[in-house]
Design a protein around this ligand. Structure first.
Ligand SMILES: Nc1nc2c(c(=O)[nH]1)N(C=O)[C@@H](CNc1ccc(C(=O)N[C@@H](CCC(=O)O)C(=O)O)cc1)CN2
Ligand SMILES: Nc1ncnc2c1ncn2[C@@H]1O[C@H](COP(=O)(O)OP(=O)(O)OP(=O)(O)O)[C@@H](O)[C@H]1O
Length: 180
């Protein structure tokens, strides 16, 4: 089986496991990591369905005076970033996700990116929703990147890898951060 087909099968399995085992937890502890200390521009996301919950993290980042950016999906599956002040009236529904409204930041260089993932393996390879969106973002960025996962989604089982795949710098469960 080629790796892209293999990835689709894993996505299906991991989405189902996530839905079956979902419990509401917090990833707020990541904000105490050293990597957050001196950064000012942070990319994050608004979680949906069974994704690790980001609303408390996002609020905390905004109230600490750092600038929070949210992704907006472009037609070619790339992402653009919009600064967000926490005002929910500045979000609108787009398929499953809530996206920011307003002007995208031009030539933004994020210092740190908090990103969603379905699974991460012990070498820092990530499986996401399948658009390749974050691979594009990470390929042109120097940001430190951390994916949020439920327990059991950070595993020693190696994920299939394609040439475009970008490794992430760290992954966090509700309990721990692992740096790669
Ligand atoms: N919260 C969140 N925001 C995000 C992402 C994400 O994974 N999570 N993205 C990450 O790139 C980008 C948007 N890409 C997305 C791609 C697909 C689906 C989606 O509807 N997934 C369906 C499964 C579709 C399928 O079966 O193929 C689902 O989750 O049920 C959502 C967002 C940017 N914003
Ligand atoms: N830098 C890139 N330029 C053009 N296409 C890309 C790039 N990176 C990835 N892609 C395309 O995106 C598709 C999906 O990639 P992949 O399966 O790795 O997604 P993913 O990392 O799980 O998704 P996401 O980042 O959206 O959560 C690939 O088949 C590839 O063709």
């Amino acid at each position: 089986m080629v790796n892209s087909e293999n990835k689709s099968a894993l996505r299906k399995q991991y989405r189902k496991e996530r839905a079956d085992r979902f419990i509401s937890e917090s990833w707020l502890h990541i904000l105490s990591a050293n990597e957050f200390k001196d950064v000012s521009k942070i990319g994050s996301y608004i979680s949906y369905d069974f994704e690790p919950e980001t609303s408390d993290i996002n609020q905390r980042i905004i109230s600490s005076g750092k600038t929070l950016y949210l992704p907006r999906l472009l037609k070619d599956n790339d992402l653009e970033w919009v600064a967000w002040d926490g005002d929910k009236s500045k979000l609108k529904n787009s398929d499953k996700t809530l996206e920011p409204v307003g002007e995208a930041a031009k030539d933004i260089e994020l210092d740190l990116i908090i990103l969603p993932a379905l699974h991460v393996d012990r070498t820092g390879n990530r499986l996401g929703q399948g658009g390749g969106s974050y691979d594009r973002v990470l390929a042109r960025s120097n940001a430190w990147s951390i994916a949020l996962l439920h327990r059991g989604e950070l595993t020693s089982e190696l994920l299939p890898v394609e040439p475009h795949d970008q490794k992430i710098k760290a992954a966090a469960t509700p309990e721990i951060i692992v740096r790669f």
